[in-house]
Design a protein around this ligand. Sequence first.
Ligand SMILES: [Zn+2]
Length: 217
Amino acid sequence: MIGYPVTLAVLRKDIESHKKGWLARAQELTKQARKQGNFDGITSIWSEIKPVFMRLQGDSKCAYCERKLESEEYGTIEQDVEHFRPKNRVTAWKPSKELVDVGVKLAGAPSKGDGGYYLLAHQVLNYAAGCKPCNSTCKADRFPVAKAYVLNGDDPRKLKTMEKPYLLFPVGKWGDEPEKISRVLRHLAASGGEIRVRSAARLGYDRVFCTGRYRRA
Ligand SMILES: [Zn+2]
């Protein structure tokens, strides 16, 4: 996984240069979500700034599989703004027996009616650009964590400690600096996310990492 260690100040500046007034509108929509306690019926404006993330991520690489996708000019249709923490709901990811055997423990997924991270729908710290297979087919609404879900959290930097997510997030200084982790794991076979998770667990990390695609449960 490739890290894109942009600062929040630079990202915000890029967003405003691309779409003036977007941050204020996002703040207003978040206020609305906070007021109603969910994200139901709220307008979504994240696609407007998708090109900012495409540019940031090595000229249109997917945040997860690193595939180089079409340019901003032709390729916005094959990428999504990925919400690292799912905005609408969190569905369960069932680890394989192998993962369970090496001690991977997941917090129980929220119930169907609990919704998702509604305050992060318009939070730029929660965004990356991802290809459709990674975002929609593979990761989908999954977000495995070791501790407990804090669905009403509004700052991913704080949530990282509170929840201990198993997935790596590659964007921003608030992300996970995946290269540092990859250096340790470089020698390990890594043909898929699950293999990396297993390898990391065997190395004794307290967090394990799924850097590739999820397998469906
Ligand atoms: Zn991808």
